[in-house]
Design a protein around this ligand. Structure first.
Ligand SMILES: [Zn+2]
Length: 237
């Protein structure tokens, strides 16, 4: 039997509570980078939408400039054919030239329609782009706000953790080293919980009944007892 003072028992209970709290904070702090990365991913998606809409608007403008260049070429062809009209000798050639001019005019008229349609498409694409840029700006503001919030939470939690770590060091300094060794050993084998209370004869660690005699002994003896089922250190309040 290992004897234990009430003081050492209380130190271990306090140590365990501080260690569990510290582990919880460490887990929460460890999850923050992944949460921040998930936020960044949302922003990457919003950037993708802006880029694709920007490209779409640029393509339409390029298309417009190409039609416009063809239109200018056709216009100069019309001007050229018109000057040729004066030097044509036969009526047949004259009619053919007039027909050609008419055909080019018809083509130009179609190109004008296409250019108008293209201008409408450019307007729509630019409105879509502005909408995507607004969405991006809005999302970025929200995400940056959340990231600042995370950083504030992390700073508070880091402070709490450092206080807990100081408390843990202080308790360990005061605790009987042999008990600390036993505590660590049980803790590593029992899911991080080394010491549990027994309430109404039931171990809080495994929720099984402990033998009545052991339960009675717990009330009156200053000896370290282990639960016969889960092998954790047990105590009564
Ligand atoms: Zn137990």
């Amino acid at each position: 039997m290992v004897s234990i003072t009430r003081e050492n028992l209380e130190l271990m209970i306090e140590l365990q509570s501080a260690e569990i709290d510290a582990a919880g904070i460490e887990a929460a702090l460890a999850s923050l980078p992944a949460q921040a990365a998930a936020l960044e991913m949302q922003l990457v998606e919003a950037t993708g939408l802006v880029e694709s809409r920007k490209n779409h608007a640029a393509e339409l403008k390029k298309k417009y400039r190409m039609i416009e260049a063809d239109f200018e070429t056709s216009q100069s062809r019309i001007r050229k054919r018109k000057t040729q009209l004066d030097s044509v000798k036969s009526n047949k050639d004259y009619q053919a030239l007039l027909k050609e001019i008419d055909d080019i005019h018809a083509t130009c008229s179609r190109m004008e329609d296409e250019m108008l349609q293209c201008l409408d498409d450019i307007d729509a694409a630019e409105a879509g782009l502005a909408e995507a840029e607004n969405m991006y700006a809005g999302e970025k503001a929200v995400i940056e706000g959340k990231k600042r919030e995370y950083e504030e939470i992390a700073a508070v939690e880091r402070e709490k953790l450092s206080q807990l770590q100081a408390k843990i060091r202080k308790i360990v300094d005061m605790l009987d080293p042999a008990l600390k060794g036993k505590y660590d050993n049980i803790k590593s084998k029992s899911g991080g919980v080394a010491i549990v209370s027994v309430n109404g004869g039931i171990c809080k660690g495994c929720h099984l009944n402990i033998p009545p005699q052991l339960y009675n002994e717990l009330h009156r003896e200053n000896e370290l007892r282990l639960c016969p089922h889960c092998y954790r250190m047990i105590y009564v309040l």
